[in-house]
Design a protein around this ligand. Structure first.
Ligand code: GLA
Length: 360
């Protein structure tokens, strides 16, 4: 038996850029999923969740996309992806998971689940997979077994992140760099607010945005929007222009953010976060009134910048604030929520933490 923990992630900047071969800058959260796996000999996959209860045992040999539903599909999908990659998983497994990543908040609870399971199985079977390959197997599970056409950011973040750093990832080459993110040393902090707006990535809107980006790249004759320039944008109009402009400008903002962090100009990241939010709101059109209100309120209360994070249509907002002003920003957001009849937002810790690791 072996036990691994893999975290959810907070994407500092670089939204909807990963599947456009672009740049992202996530860090691991202090919330994660713990997976304990043990071998079986009867060919069955037995999945248990401390939060969701037990799922019906399924034969490993019978795993096919669509054969497992709900939370169990993310774990079963990993076993399927290992089988498809030619690894011997035929004996079956007991898999028990326990997680504390908020769900539906844009913090990658699904990647935490997949990456904890793939890491634990890699260890149990002695496969010796590189971290990057574990992330790619987890992404395969999500894309081809669960059926969510996500990019590679969440799984790469969950396996590769290190404490006190953000992960600068080139989603084309998969080259990764650990960028120091010591907010306390810079006299700063991140306030992470859950809009608690309903957010459903599988509802088709994510896939629609991805298709729109691929169509725009085709129109421009480039392999991916990563290759489009400001000048190329003049050749698009209306919705394709706005979608592509978000991706082109967002990639530039990631590079500017990385440069600012490398130079210790951490406060300068604030306006880049706000510009990212405006781009997601006006060009990519993936924000909703609750997250717009949180971002605007945080800025009015003194935040240096704020943006929605994650796939969109709800989820969380991160605000970069001066250390010592966290409570004032949180109180302002609570008050604005109350005034607008939006109920109560949630608040989480946003401390750059460790990627997947063995804990037992
Ligand atoms: C979701 C996906 C990621 C990424 C983000 C948007 O989290 O899983 O691959 O595309 O949305 O940046």
């Amino acid at each position: 038996m072996t036990t691994w923990r893999a975290p959810g992630r907070l994407n500092l900047i670089g939204e909807h850029t990963d599947y456009n071969d672009g740049f992202v800058l996530p860090f691991a959260l202090p919330y994660g999923t713990t997976a304990t796996v043990g071998p079986r000999t009867d060919g069955a996959l037995v999945l248990r969740s401390a939060q969701r209860g037990d799922s019906d045992p399924v034969p490993v040999a019978g795993l096919e996309p669509g054969s497992v539903e709900g939370w169990a599909a993310y774990a079963a999908g990993v076993v399927w992806a290992l089988r498809e990659a030619g690894h011997d998983v035929g004996g079956g497994f007991d898999v028990t998971v326990d997680g504390d990543v908020p769900e539906g908040a844009g913090l990658s609870s699904s990647a935490a689940l997949e990456c904890s399971v793939v890491s634990a199985l890699d260890d149990l079977l002695g496969l010796g997979l590189a971290a990057r390959d574990r992330a790619l197997l987890a992404q395969r599970a999500e894309n081809d077994f669960v059926g969510m056409p996500s990019g590679v950011m969440d799984q790469m973040a969950s396996v590769l992140c290190t404490p006190a750093h953000a992960l600068f990832l080139d989603c084309r080459s998969l080259e990764a760099e650990q960028v120091p993110l010591d907010l306390a040393a810079a006299g700063l902090a991140i306030v992470l607010v859950d809009s608690r707006a309903p957010h459903q990535l599988t509802d088709g809107a994510y896939a629609e945005r991805r298709r729109a980006c691929e169509d725009a790249a085709r129109t421009l004759g480039v392999a991916a929007l990563r290759d489009a320039t400001d000048a190329d944008l003049d050749r698009l109009d209306a919705t394709p222009l706005r979608r592509a402009r978000h991706v082109v400008t967002e990639n530039a903002r990631v590079l500017e953010t990385v440069a600012a962090l490398r130079d210790g100009r951490t406060a300068e990241v604030g306006p880049l976060l706000s510009a990212s939010h405006a781009s997601m709101r006006d060009d990519f059109e993936i924000t909703v009134p609750r997250v717009d209100l949180i971002a605007a309120t945080a800025e009015e209360a003194g935040a240096l910048g704020a943006r929605m994070t994650g796939g969109g249509f709800g989820g969380c907002v991160l605000a970069l604030v001066r250390a010592g002003t966290e409570d004032a920003v949180r109180a302002a957001v609570e008050e604005a929520y109350d005034k607008n009849g939006f109920g109560r937002p949630g608040f989480y810790d946003a401390i750059p933490s460790a990627g997947a690791h063995r804990i037992g």
